[in-house]
Design a protein around this ligand. Structure first.
Ligand code: GCV
Length: 711
């Protein structure tokens, strides 16, 4: 740091990407100040008030440091905000063509001359559109984009843009690594933590419009009157920000809290109980979104317990919600402990025959891949196979398999990989994005959901960079065509700085970061080889318990080779994909090497594109992953003095942990696989620091993210 550079004020990350720090480039700031001298906004609703408050807060921070004037008279430099209904000056502009493209949530940002005065306009067909537009204008300023000839028309591609919180009523979070739950159930409904409002602001700023509050491994208590009142208080806090709440419905709730002797979905008493429960919820929460349901999966109760199908179960709940416009989001993450079939195939086997059997208000929520949020998975073969059923894509922000909250892994590239994947279901170009947006099959419902990475840590997501995944998810949910680079750049500019050196260095850290994790954990299509239960650290030797929860089941390493044969000579899971994709991945020659061991059992001596043997390639990939973390460290330390020291030191320490753990992953996995392959390590890679026995002896207790009862 130069000797006279003033010390940057420490930041704790609470403000996320909504810091609104004063723009120091005085030329640019003056341009903005001239363009935005006063605001005209005839506020008539709580959502409009939220938009007004945000604009005042944002412009005050970014521009003058003083509150912006409000005025009912239009001058040069007026920011005019309103719908044609709320603002006569906007109605007079007759913006029909623009407004028609915006639907009920989109917005327009326009430079417009009104009676000879130069104005900037935020308009929309709805109040929530105005709020989204206000955040968009602030993003424009925060990222230093020009206000000259502004003509932005933007509308979301997905109707449902949702976070799934896996929060338990006792405050713990399943797979949550950023502290405990934000929802203080004990003090609700009477104490409304101001943080709920900041949560809602952050959600709305990226266009998210729904939150499921509770763990899908559900507790029926949340459906009792006392908890519904608590949920209603949260719904009230979120409503101005356009966020509808959902609750997880435990299928056996009629038994547990309804005092019935069955939860059989075809039993009229059970259906009646759910109807009464729905009535009670809607009385308290008139805009309640509906239920998210995990049934007959990993020990959760469900319709199979009564010899019924997923459609029977989902439809019974859907009928209870239908009078109020609610939906059932039924999870497709279903697989059975008693079924020996490749877990990869089970969801398709169970659900594809039910296409067309679900009510109109049932959406099927499908994880990005068929196994479970691995660092890299091929897209789920259900996409494209259920054209009569609206599918919601589910991704995971919380880094259950990507290093918890200690590893920097920017996940927009992972989400994009799935969204852009071509299923070929209706010929080339039938991407997952087009399926879940409803475009391909003409569904009115469409959506995308993400398992939240938010907790009560001061910086929300534990790792300061994990907030980029929350941000990136929201931006892609709004527009899946955005690029990972573009989203990262926005986030960096808003979270850290617009200084080019800072933007470039951090971008160069973020973009390859997910690939680094893939390399040092599960390269070349390896999957599910983490430690048992808590999933923290490597465990390629895990072989106890049900087969499909062991690592051996997934890597299938033996003296000849490694990988899961999912071709016709193996489990034939590949046959569930459409022919063009299936043909590509079914041949070792044409299968992308990044997925090779996902689909094939391959000889250790197989020659890879690089000319190395598979064994050598594996060694190099693991080692490269570690090297990539070292590069991230070097880039970060180059920024010393340019980032406030609180965030700088925090991230530096986390990168140190990440490096240690990357080495742990590499060494443990390579030593274990070497014990099977019997081949030497290439001399060019760093040699392991311990023995296999050392790594296998590592035991962790009380790892975050799982309830204590599991030990
Ligand atoms: C909520 C994985 C996780 C579980 C999670 C499950 C699911 O299996 O390890 O913690 O349970 O996915 O998505 O339902």
């Amino acid at each position: 740091m130069a000797p006279n550079t003033p010390k940057l004020l420490d930041e704790d990350g609470y403000e996320l990407w909504l810091r609104y720090a004063l723009i120091e480039d005085t030329v640019l700031r003056t341009q903005y100040e001239n363009a935005l001298q006063a605001i005209t906004f005839n506020v008539t609703s709580p959502t409009q008030q939220a938009a007004m408050d945000e604009l005042m807060r944002g412009m005050t921070g970014l521009l003058t440091g003083r509150p912006i004037a409000t005025s009912s008279v239009i001058h040069d430099g007026t920011l005019l905000v309103g719908t044609p209904q709320s603002e006569p000056a906007i109605a007079a502009l007759e913006l029909h063509d623009a407004l028609e493209t915006l639907g009920d949530e989109g917005y327009a940002l326009l430079s417009q001359s009104i009676a000879g005065k130069r104005c900037t306009i935020i308009t929309a067909n709805s109040d929530i559109g105005l709020l989204y537009g206000s955040f968009a204008l602030l993003r424009h300023l925060q990222t230093h984009r020009s206000l000259h000839n502004l003509h932005v028309l933007s509308a979301p591609q997905m109707r449902l843009r949702m976070l799934n919180h896996w929060d338990n009523l006792d405050g713990t979070i399943e797979r949550g690594y950023a502290g405990f739950s934000l929802w203080d159930w004990h003090k609700l409904p009477h104490y409304i933590d101001p943080r709920y409002c900041d949560y809602a602001r952050a959600m709305a700023s990226i266009g998210l419009n729904a939150a499921s509050l509770t763990n899908v491994n559900a507790n029926a208590l949340v459906l009792t009157k006392a908890y519904i009142a608590k949920a209603a208080a949260l719904a009230d806090a979120f409503r101005p920000y356009g966020i509808r709440i959902y609750l997880t419905a435990r299928f056996s709730a009629p038994l547990e809290i309804g005092h019935l002797d069955t939860a059989d979905p075809l039993d009229p008493n059970v259906a009646h109980w759910w109807q009464q429960t729905a009535a009670m919820i809607y009385e308290a929460i008139p805009d309640f979104g509906g239920f998210v349901v995990k049934a007959n999966s990993e020990g959760q109760p469900g319709p199979h317990d009564y010899g019924c199908t997923h459609a029977d179960g989902a439809n019974m709940l859907a009928d209870a919600l239908a009078p109020y416009g609610g939906t059932v989001i039924w999870r497709a993450f279903v697989y059975d402990a008693d079924v020996t079939e490749d877990r990869h195939k089970q969801a398709n086997n169970q659900l594809v025959p039910l296409d067309g059997a679900f009510r109109d208000n049932v959406l099927l929520q499908v994880k990005n891949g068929a196994i479970d949020f691995q660092p890299r998975e091929p897209f789920h073969p259900l996409f494209g196979r259920m054209p009569q059923t609206p599918l919601v894509l589910e991704v995971q922000l919380t880094q259950e398999y990507l290093g918890f909250a200690t590893h920097l892994a920017y996940l927009a590239p992972l989400f994009k990989e799935t969204l852009d994947a071509d299923t070929y279901c209706q010929g080339p170009g039938s991407t997952v994005a087009k399926i879940v947006s409803g475009e391909l099959d003409g569904h009115p419902h469409s959506g995308i959901a993400a398992v939240s990475n938010i907790g009560n840590d001061r910086n929300w997501c534990g790792h300061p960079f994990a907030a980029a995944n929350w941000y990136g998810f929201g931006r892609l949910a709004w527009d899946p065509a955005l690029t990972s680079d573009g989203i990262a750049e926005e986030w960096i500019r808003m979270t850290f700085s617009n200084e080019l050196q800072i933007v470039d260095e951090i971008l160069a850290m973020m973009l390859p970061s997910r690939e680094a994790v893939v390399n040092y954990m599960t390269p070349l299509g390896l999957h599910h080889i983490m430690a048992r239960d808590h999933h923290y650290g490597p465990g390629p030797w895990v072989d106890m318990g049900r087969a499909d929860w062991t690592a051996l089941y997934y890597h299938q390493a033996d003296a000849d080779g490694i990988g899961f044969d999912r071709t016709s000579s193996g489990s034939n899971a590949i046959s569930q994909y459409f022919p063009s994709y299936a043909a590509m991945v079914s041949s070792v020659e044409t299968c992308p090497e990044t997925l090779l061991l996902w689909f094939h059992h391959v000889s250790w001596d197989h020659v890879m594109a690089s000319g190395r043997s598979l064994w050598e390639e594996l060694c190099f990939a693991y080692d490269e992953g570690v090297g990539m973390v070292r590069q991230m460290q070097a880039r970060w330390t180059a920024l010393e003095g340019l980032i406030d020291s609180a965030r700088y030191e925090h991230i530096k320490a986390l990168l140190r942990i990440q490096l240690d753990e990357a080495c742990w992953w590499r060494d443990a996995c390579l030593l274990y696989f070497q014990s099977i392959s019997g081949r030497p390590f290439p001399a060019q890679i760093e040699q392991p620091g311990g023995t296999l026995a050392d790594y296998m002896a590592i035991t962790h207790y009380y790892v975050p993210g799982i309830p204590e009862r599991r030990f």
